[in-house]
Design a protein around this ligand. Structure first.
Ligand code: DUC
Ligand code: ZN
Ligand code: ZN
Length: 482
């Protein structure tokens, strides 16, 4: 087995930044040493990676991606091959993607279809959540089977997208009750989709068809209301672990904060687009360009929405950064769901409601949240916690993933804080898209080297991994309950 010694770096964990040498043996971390003590200990290795002046962090874990998702008459443009390679370029070494069952479909067969898409194609390790778009007797039974036999321990439901993925309150409650029996986490797309569809149709009939109206009709109160409803239903079902996905509204964060204050098993994630981008500067661009940023939940207004009263007094973004610091938001994921402008986003020219929803970002999460550290919003420790350690614990992968410790998988990122990264189609961009939602952004740091289970996959601006290296992870139950 090959051994690798990572020397001279500062290892970041949730509890500190400590100069440490890391010995990797085969696929796992073998030992940690005080800096410079390996020679005296007689440690030798086949390869050495010089991490002097750099950070050594557990590989990023993105628990919300949609490779090849069928949506809006097309498919998300990254395959498991292109998407996991792009993830590696950004220091992410594990993704958890969503298998999709729609109404009347068979859950177990749909999971099999997702295995077929991913098997043999991934550059990094991967797991699956299961979308249940049609809660019926068979689907409820299948949830038990997936938890017990398939290593799929989390299920996503939608309170949005009527006629597509939508579950009504009764269906949501039944799935929550099932989770209370089998220990699964219910992940919720919390927006009032029934009301949103009325507002969207009214806007289009008034001739308000530009992309910006996507953000205007998906009002923040409708995210707050659905989040509250989901919390109430999860409590009625017995304090079932509920995880609100892609939170963008301060209104919704207030609901999660209140539930957590009461000791409920309620958790939430946000995504870089909600922390950094505003409706005015992206979705609201003139003409059709704003389509690049059509995703749901939407990027929010820089200022308060008319009826929103923020915790921080300066809009949704300030609240979300504060929520991340306070652990009201536990995780940053990307909701990576890329669509090209050509032939895909263009389906919605003349009608924003027909624009496929999604932003590609799997490559840039570690970079963009590190920029939050540079901006003083987060600590280095919290960067690692929200982007790697908590995702592993929330979704039953710890301590195999999410930590640099003896016995853990050697998923390691050497991060250079002294070099910049310029994101953009002609700069750093490896996702299968014809544009970047982050065009022109410059990050004060850079992915230097990435190891996936002991194998170097990125080495100083070169991809040296291969498809098929990534393995499926059978996950256990959440390790993050209150
Ligand atoms: N939101 C998106 O932006 N894309 C896919 C599905 C979702 O909920
Ligand atoms: Zn969603
Ligand atoms: Zn999603």
């Amino acid at each position: 087995m090959t051994t690798t010694l990572i020397t001279g770096g500062q290892v970041i964990s949730t509890t500190g930044v400590v100069p440490t040498d890391v010995l990797v043996d085969g696929e796992t971390i073998a030992a940690l040493y005080a800096p410079g003590s390996t020679a005296a200990a007689g440690v030798t290795a086949d390869h050495t990676i010089d991490a002097n002046g750099k950070y050594v962090v557990p590989g990023g874990i993105d628990v919300h991606t949609h490779m090849e998702l069928p949506f809006g008459g097309t498919f998300a443009s990254d395959t498991f091959e292109t998407g996991t390679r792009a993830a590696a370029w950004g220091g992410t070494t594990t993704i958890v993607d969503f298998a999709v069952q729609t109404y009347g479909g068979n859950v177990i067969e749909s999971l099999g279809a997702w295995h077929e898409k991913a098997d043999g194609n991934c550059a990094i390790d991967y797991g699956f959540h299961q979308i249940v778009g049609g809660v019926d007797e068979d689907a409820l039974k299948a949830m038990d089977y997936l938890v017990e036999h398939e290593g799929v321990t989390s299920f996503k439901l939608f309170m949005a997208y009527p006629g597509v993925f939508y579950s009504d309150d009764g269906q949501v409650l039944r799935a929550l009750q099932k989770a209370s029996e089998n220990g699964a986490v219910i992940m919720m797309h919390a927006e009032n989709g029934i009301a949103i569809d009325v507002l969207a149709a009214q806007a289009v009939s008034r001739g308000e068809t530009d992309p910006k109206y996507h953000g205007i009709v998906r009002r923040s109160e409708l995210e707050g209301e659905a989040t509250n409803r989901a919390i109430v239903l999860a409590n009625v079902a017995g304090n079932v672990p509920l995880y609100i996905v892609h939170m963008s509204a301060g209104d919704a964060l207030n609901e999660v904060a209140a539930a957590r204050h009461e000791g409920r098993n309620v958790f939430a994630e946000t995504c870089p687009q909600y922390l950094w981008l505003t409706l005015e500067e992206t979705l609201g661009k003139p003409g059709f360009e704003g389509a690049k940023w059509v995703c749901s939940t939407p990027v929010r207004s820089r200022d308060h929405d008319p009826d929103y009263i923020g915790q921080m007094g300066h809009g949704h973004q300030g609240d979300l950064w504060k929520g991340l610091r306070m652990n009201e938001l536990a995780i940053v994921s990307t909701d990576h769901c890329p669509f090209c402008m050509k032939d895909q986003k263009e389906l919605g020219i003349g009608n924003f409601a027909a624009i496929p929803n999604g932003i590609g970002g799997v490559e840039h999460r570690m970079e963009l949240i590190y920029q939050g550290v540079v901006a003083g919003e987060l600590s280095l420790e919290r960067w690692v916690e929200t982007c790697s350690t908590t995702p592993a614990r929330m979704f039953g992968m710890y301590p195999k993933k999410g930590v640099i410790a003896p016995g853990s998988d050697a998923d390691v990122v050497v991060w250079d804080p002294n070099t910049k990264t310029k994101i953009g189609i002609n700069d750093k961009h490896h996702m299968n898209m014809d544009h970047s939602a982050w065009e022109g952004w410059v990050i004060d740091g850079k992915v230097d080297t990435v190891l996936s289970r002991g194998t170097v996959v990125i080495s100083r601006d070169e991809y040296v991994g291969k498809k098929g290296h990534g393995q499926f992870i059978k996950r256990g139950l959440s390790q993050y309950l209150v």
